[in-house]
Write a protein of this length. Sequence first.
Length: 181
Amino acid sequence: MIRRRTKKRVRLFFQDEARIGQKGRTAHVWWRRGERPRGMADKRFTFAYIFAAVEPGTDNAFALILPYVNTEAMQLFLDRFSSTLRADEHVAMVLDQAGWHGSRALVVPKNITLLPLPPYAPELNPVERVWLYLKERFLSHRLHADYDAIVEAASQAWSRLVRETGRIKTLSSYPWVPQVK
C-alpha cells in the first residue's frame, strides 16, 4: 500500500489491455430496414495488444502496443510508464487480476503501487469504456493484412483518441471515482 508519510503527489490511474486483431469487429451501423449491412470477413488470427493506463477525470493517458500479453509485456509497460512520472509523483494503479498483473516475476517500479479490482468486475474499470470507444469509432468493420497493419491501425486509433480534447476525460469519469481520490 501507499505510505501516508510520503511527500509525493499521489495520482490514480486505471490500467487494462485490449486485443486488436485481423478480424476486425462489427459495430452497430445505420442501414436499410429489413436488410443486413455487408461486412468483410477474415479467418486469420494475428493480434496486437494495447496496454493503456488512464487518469480518470483528465485527458492523461499512456499506451504501449505489444505483440503479446504476459508478465514480460506487463513489465515493459510498467517500466515505460514509470519513466514518464516526475520524481515527486507516485501512482496508485488500479487493474484487474489477470495472471501477469500479480506474477511473482513482475518487478513493480518503486513509484507505482498496483491495486487489484475485485474479480469479475470489468465494469469498475474506466479503461473498458475507452476500449469500446476505440473499437466502435476507429477499429470496427476493417480487415488488416498482417501484424504491422494491426499495429499501425491501433496506433492511429490511439493517436486520434488522444487528439480528441476531453474524450478520455469523459470516457473515464465514473461518478464514484472522485470519492476514491
